[in-house]
Design a protein around this ligand. Sequence first.
Ligand SMILES: C[S@@+](CC[C@H](N)C(=O)[O-])C[C@H]1O[C@@H](n2cnc3c(N)ncnc32)[C@H](O)[C@@H]1O
Length: 314
Amino acid sequence: MKSDLIHTTVLLHESIDGLDIHPGDIYLDGTLGSAGHMSYALEKMHGDITVVGLDRDVEALERSEQRLSPYKSMANGKVHVPKIILRESSYGDIDKVVNELASELGKDKINRFMLDLGLSSDQFETSGRGFTFKNDEPLLMTFKKNLQEGDLTAQQIVNTWEEGNIADIIFGYGEEKYSRRIARAIVNYREKKAIETTSELVEIITHSVPGFYRRGRLHPATRTFQALRIAVNDELNTLKKGLVKGFERLEKGGRIAVISFHSLEDRIVKNFNKEKADAGEAIIITKRPIVPTEKEVLDNPRSRSAKLRILEKK
Ligand SMILES: C[S@@+](CC[C@H](N)C(=O)[O-])C[C@H]1O[C@@H](n2cnc3c(N)ncnc32)[C@H](O)[C@@H]1O
């Protein structure tokens, strides 16, 4: 188990303070990661809270388990002991999880729902599952560590999908202008040998784009890697599903906070919030998305593209 955390939590106070958690609330964190947001929620509520943390990645759950253990022994007579429940699950299945936990929670509803999308720096740098083009790793890109038959991997996409479909996801999810060239090069390469590692894919991409692009500010593989990760984990559909189901499970007056990192995700959240507000079912708390301060971006460049939106159920 890795205990040194690499990930720095983004928009920590803005999101947890904005959720306006009340004593005794059930707070569900759908993207637990290293429990950065959850730890602050526990501290802020002095333990008078029930927290449920979900992650698809067992390593994230292990890191969180370790980080949260001090909160389980807060019984010093002055503060409450929180109920802490962690589960390996996708937040897209929030309804099933809440049903399964109903007797423990005392209800099949929650009061606060937090999503901090994408992957953590720990996964990026140390998972060994091919999220980064900087390391030579198997090309998997799954949030889930323990793969089962039928789970999609990036290897399957690049080695078995039709050229047009590969180009479409690289363009659609990566907004990569050389998507067609890259898809063509992938298909040419795999005719000779299956693509198995990040290094092979980086080489294919690097050789297929023009020289000026290769030498540009952004590494030429950045957008393709992002696109493959989004496709492998079905991230956009999961977000749509998670918002619908999470909203259904919110108590009246309950809030959802979502931190997104690229425009496709932010658009989904923005449209969902607007639909609910237009239908008179919710109030938009953040008229404009909250973004990190200059200081946060300086301290943690990964926060640069973050946008936080908060919605309250009527
Ligand atoms: C940006 S990190 C969260 C960091 C966390 N807020 C913190 O401060 O420590 C995102 C986490 O969400 C997880 N994740 C991504 N998609 C998921 C899904 N559909 N269901 C559950 N967890 C997911 C990833 O495995 C990752 O650990």
